[in-house]
Design a protein around this ligand. Structure first.
Ligand code: ZN
Length: 164
């Protein structure tokens, strides 16, 4: 990230002071997530601050994985984080697990105790799924007889498998 290219969202100034800080990541919806050593830019003209969080997708993957392995029951905010991490709206998720969207809403707003079976199912979905970008019915090809094996050429780069 080029500091020179950054402009203050508040006043448009490009005079920034960068500083490494520990940051409470409340934007995640999780109340107790601390990111160590992220960069905070402070505008020298209006004092507005902006925090840059690198590799957000990997961060969320890590958070979701950690939550799914939590030894104690999921809190409503954690349940919501995992449901959103999977890419489901509360309505889609409720259909997926066979409850009403009002039930999911009450769980996530702490108005009703989360059903233990639903919590286990959500953890299992995290453990076995990647976040959904498309639903399976949208993924199926329009040509039903196209049954060729999926073809990929993969290379390990910086400990990530990437398609070439
Ligand atoms: Zn500013």
């Amino acid at each position: 990230l080029e500091e020179e290219e950054m402009k203050c969202l508040n006043c448009g100034s490009s005079k920034y002071i960068a500083k490494k800080i520990d940051y409470q990541y409340i934007e995640s919806g999780l109340s107790n997530m601390r990111l160590k050593g992220v960069t905070e830019f402070r505008c020298q003209d209006c004092d507005e601050t902006e925090v840059v969080i690198p590799q957000i997708a990997k961060l969320h993957e890590f958070l979701a994985c950690s939550l799914s392995e939590k030894q104690t029951p999921l809190l409503p905010q954690e349940f919501r984080f995992l449901r959103k991490h999977l890419g489901y709206s509360s309505e889609d998720f409720s259909k997926k697990i066979g409850v009403t969207k009002f039930t999911v809403s009450r769980w996530e707003n702490a108005k009703q105790k989360i059903e233990p079976a639903a919590e286990r199912l959500l953890r299992l979905m995290i453990a076995t799924s990647r976040p959904v970008e498309r639903y399976p019915e949208e993924v199926f090809p329009s040509e039903p007889h196209d049954n060729r094996p999926l073809k990929l050429s993969l290379q390990l780069k910086r400990s990530q498998w990437v398609s070439q």
